[in-house]
Write a protein that binds this ligand. Structure first.
Ligand code: NI
Length: 159
């Protein structure tokens, strides 16, 4: 168990493509455990491996008390649309309006490298899209409509 340092916007590693995980190893299991610790400590609902400096296709998500370990995840289907405020642990204190599908069906591998599917709506669908984007070097700030705003004060960012 360890809290890892979260990389922030401007760090090149957040813009890189992540590599597939071929097999579970003790080191990867430790990474996943640390990702959960780091996400919960920061009060986030999702965290992707590049955010802790590791270029592997792994994300952890917990929007409602159900944790999802997503290894080599892939979106299979999307439907609908939702507009809402989104933030990221790599962009602390900020949020912005992002349009996402309201429904997502995804596949991923769990910590035993067993394939599973998840169907998600609302916040979980948003989190899956957001975290999977991280694995391709994409950040929500690229998708924001309007300005980022300060979560505490509500003030727009003056770039
Ligand atoms: Ni993020």
């Amino acid at each position: 168990m360890a809290i890892r340092n979260i990389r922030e916007l401007g760090d090149d590693i957040l813009r890189k493509n992540c590599r597939e995980v071929k097999e579970m190893t003790p080191k990867i299991q430790e990474l996943i455990d640390d990702m959960y610790d780091t996400m919960y400590e920061a009060m986030g609902v999702g965290l992707a491996a590049p955010q802790v400096g590791i270029l592997k296709r792994i994300a952890v998500i917990d929007t409602d008390g159900t944790p999802y370990t997503m290894i080599n995840p892939r979106i299979l289907e999307t439907a609908g649309e939702q507009e809402g405020s989104e933030g990221c642990l790599s962009v602390p204190g900020k949020a912005g309006m992002v349009r996402r599908p309201n429904y997502v069906k995804a596949e991923a591998y769990n910590e035993n490298m067993e394939r599973y599917e998840v169907e998600a709506e609302g916040l979980l669908a948003r989190a899956i899209c957001h975290e999977l984007d991280h694995l391709d070097g994409k950040l929500y700030v690229d998708l924001v409509e309007g300005d980022l705003y300060d979560v505490e004060t509500g003030d727009d960012d003056e770039e």
